[in-house]
Write a protein that binds this ligand. Structure first.
Ligand SMILES: [Mg+2]
Length: 149
């Protein structure tokens, strides 16, 4: 499956809303943004099961910067869609939604936003909401994906 993750408040904390991955020499030297504790584990499990892991964000961070951040944590990302690309694509499709994962062939999108959940009902795409305060967030993701095949 092609799985996409949101960044802000899903994998990257806004303040101290969740615990973060331990630093290593690369994250220390380059001072990249922190990633949520368990990110490396959940991505590795899903990739080992043959899924492709993508980032889908409405932030304007550059793709290079996002890829570099994940590289510092030794995480390989398949495709990155940022707001520059998202806006262009959704405008061309005349889709008035903040996100529309189907436009990028993402089968399941993981996000913290209730707004995206509402859009998923309106535009008929698959979303899994994980709360920033959910300690078992990565178990929730893995259970959902394993039960859906
Ligand atoms: Mg978010």
């Amino acid at each position: 499956m092609n799985i996409s993750f949101d960044l802000d408040s899903t994998l990257i904390p806004n303040g101290n809303e969740f615990e973060t991955e331990k630093d290593n020499w690369k994250t220390k030297i380059f001072k990249v943004e922190k990633l949520r504790k368990g990110t490396k584990e959940v991505v590795t499990i899903l990739q080992n099961d043959g899924h492709r892991i993508n980032i889908y964000t409405t932030s304007f961070r550059s793709k290079r910067r996002i890829r570099f951040t994940f590289w510092c944590y030794n995480i390989k990302i398949n495709r990155i869609v940022n707001q520059t690309e998202n806006k262009k694509k959704l405008e061309s499709l005349k889709i008035y939604s903040s996100k529309f994962p189907k436009a990028f062939d993402f089968d399941l999108h993981i996000d913290d936003s209730k707004g995206v959940e509402i859009e998923s009902e309106k535009y008929n795409f698959n979303v899994l909401i994980v709360e920033p305060n959910d300690q078992k967030w990565n178990e929730k993701i893995i259970n959902k994906i394993k039960t859906n095949g």
